[in-house]
Write a protein that binds this ligand. Structure first.
Ligand code: BTN
Length: 243
């Protein structure tokens, strides 16, 4: 893997997308920054991270070739690679909160922002942005957030943690199967936060309701068992898990 280390940039995802646009960027190019001035999160949010304390990086995967309807497979592969890396580092109580936050107990350690470049209905390239809270200890008034050091008391070497994650990503993203591999979604669902536990959700209108997470559909929709035994699927922007 070719790693580009930056002291500062607006967002490693933006930097890598620009690079891809203007140069012949190699597959598996990685951009890692000590500081992001405009770190971006899911659904237009900001990703805030103390300078030099955490990992904020993006990985380019070229020639993905998957139909856009299968984009959730990428989320699953990336989430599992990070889950496995953190497990290897003995971080306790890990789970994947749909669609792709990694938690320890009920606190977030990692966020993922995947941006796909499409050619027609096919994913040509993916920019996989990953933010992991590593050595930061104070998070101000950010709720339900933690870091590896807050959990274990260990000061981590950022390059070593990065290498572990990149190796797992290289394995998980090596190839894409012609059809969805059942093992992949089973492995993902096995680690889902609050699976089969009664949980409270909020819909787009602000209404709260109870449901049981039963799994995730092929398209990446969350499958909930609602009251009256009704099964319903929800897309990313339609629902929020209150926890
Ligand atoms: C989220 O949980 O909302 C996703 C957060 C993704 C943050 C990472 S940090 C590296 C990369 N560059 C960005 O601007 N965002 C992602």
């Amino acid at each position: 893997m070719h790693i580009i280390k930056l002291n500062a940039t607006d967002s490693t995802n933006t930097y890598l997308k620009e690079l891809l646009l203007h140069t012949n960027t190699k597959d598996f190019t990685v951009v890692v920054a000590k500081k992001q001035t405009k770190g971006r999160g899911q659904m237009g949010t900001n990703w805030i991270s103390e300078d030099g304390k955490n990992l904020t990086f993006s990985v380019l995967r070229k020639k993905v070739g998957l139909d856009v309807s299968r984009q959730f497979e990428l989320n699953m592969k990336v989430s599992l690679a990070i889950f496995e890396s953190l497990k290897w580092l003995n971080i306790p109580d890990l789970s994947i909160k749909w669609p792709n936050d990694i938690l320890s107990a009920n606190q977030k350690i990692c966020g993922i922002l995947i941006e796909n470049i499409l050619l027609g209905s096919k994913i040509q390239s993916s920019v996989i942005g990953i933010g992991i809270n590593v050595n930061q200890l104070r998070f101000g008034d950010l709720p339900k957030v933690t870091s590896l050091k807050s959990i274990t008391g260990i000061e981590y070497n950022l390059d070593e943690v990065l290498q572990i994650i990149l190796s797992k990503l290289a394995v998980n993203l090596k190839h894409f199967d012609v059809a969805l591999c059942k093992d992949l979604s089973l492995a993902y669902q096995r680690q889902l936060f609050r699976i089969n536990k009664p949980s409270t959700f909020k819909d787009m209108k602000g209404n709260t309701f109870m449901g049981l997470i039963k799994g995730v559909s092929q398209e990446g929709k969350l499958q909930l068992l609602l009251e009256d035994e009704i099964m319903k699927e929800f897309a990313l922007k339609e629902i929020q898990l209150l926890y």
